[in-house]
Design a protein around this ligand. Structure first.
Ligand code: F6P
Length: 361
């Protein structure tokens, strides 16, 4: 057994299904195999900004029972408030990184496990470098856009939710002879849309990586009608642009912008071009809040165990990753640098085209 350690764990960025399964796996491995103590830091780096520092000791009683199944994160998370340019109440920004590093030191941690996406990792790495602390990353994001890992925690569940939505839209589409447009999340990567479109039997899938034309979409819908089918399913990824090349975004509190609304635009254009009755469903955060799928539970568990083992081996600045049916680890800076959008010559695009799905081009 390695020397007793005290490790911290935090969830950062947008939540997704499977975060609690990761926390559970980390606690199991750290406590049962190594006899270490695990401190769960609350609300990402926010917990380290507060005084007293906000954390809870995580032991087997806290993580057994329902944790594997639970959506969300018991630790809370945030996708706002970069500590190097922290938004203050008076509208200014302040570098609060030293306060976070101070909070980390107060806990007397030997290492930190950050569960996050590219944005969170970039911030955590910068903090770790500045504060001289040891860190390991576990990838999570429904968008599945982190480089050097085939999957991130949360992606499989999000795809499952989108497929279920298509399964539910199909009968109502057929009953009313409608074109159903489903807008899904994914930020600038079309992974959710493409996977859900293939698995959910869509006729058209629009992703940010492939420019589309309304004429091509209309052509596909007319072809579908010509075969005698009275309905069609269209999946649109949230970052798909309008004809003039602008992304459709909504403004939220504090001036933040988030994608949302392209489905309505595409629905209207399809109605104009084909005369079809269209309806639009924006799936939104439903994709994030579900119980994790079995696949996400497995990936989360394998990632959690490997991350703790990395700390035991003294390997830091690494991100655990899924590759070729197993878990590996890669330099965290390389993972952040390699944004993984849909590969135009990849298996999913080939499959979609092979099935006759229109990608709008
Ligand atoms: O990155 C995950 C994600 O769910 C994106 O797919 C989506 O665009 C965004 O977060 C939504 O962010 P928020 O939870 O702040 O609305």
């Amino acid at each position: 057994m390695t020397a007793a350690k005290r490790i911290g764990i935090l969830t950062s960025g947008g939540d997704c299904a499977g975060l609690n399964a990761v926390i559970r796996a980390v606690v199991h491995r750290a406590v049962l195999t190594y006899g270490w103590q695990v401190l769960g830091i609350k609300e990402g780096t926010q917990g380290l900004l507060q005084r007293p520092v906000q954390y809870q000791v995580l032991d087997l009683p806290q993580v057994d029972g329902n944790m594997m199944r639970m959506g969300g994160t018991i630790l809370g998370t945030t996708n706002r408030g970069d500590p190097f340019a922290y938004p203050m109440a008076d509208g200014t920004q302040k570098d609060r990184s030293d306060e976070i590093i101070g909070g980390y030191r107060e806990l007397g941690l030997d290492a930190l496990i950050g569960i996050g996406g590219d944005g969170s990792f970039a911030i955590l790495k910068k903090l770790a470098d500045k504060g001289g602390f040891q860190m390991v990353g576990i990838p999570k994001t429904i968008d599945n856009d982190l480089g050097l890992t085939e999957v991130s925690v949360g992606y499989d569940t999000a795809v499952g939710v989108a497929v279920e939505a298509l399964d539910r839209l199909q009968p109502t589409a057929a009953s009313h002879a409608r074109v159903m447009v489903l807008e899904v999340m994914g930020r600038d990567a079309g992974h959710i849309a493409l996977a859900a479109g293939i698995a959910g039997g869509a006729d058209v899938v629009l992703i940010p990586e492939i420019p589309y034309s309304i004429e091509k979409i209309a052509q596909k819908i007319k072809q579908v009608r010509a075969t005698g089918r009275n309905f069609a399913l269209v999946v649109v990824s949230e970052a798909v642009k309008t004809a003039d090349g602008t992304g459709v975004q909504k403004l939220f509190q504090g001036g933040q912008k988030r994608y949302g609304g392209i489905g309505d635009y595409i629905g209207e254009k399809i109605a104009e071009a084909t005369g079809a009755e269209t309806r639009v469903t924006v799936l939104g955060h439903v994709q994030r809040g579900s119980m994790p799928s079995p696949r996400d539970r497995l990936v989360a568990s394998a990632f959690g165990v490997h991350a703790v083992d990395l700390i035991a081996e003294g390997k830091f600045d690494r991100m655990v990753a899924w590759s070729d049916r197993g878990v590996i680890d890669v330099p965290i800076t390389e993972a952040i640098a390699k944004y993984a959008c849909v590969e135009l010559d990849g298996a999913m695009v080939k499959t979609a085209r092979g099935l006759g799905i229109s990608l709008g081009d």
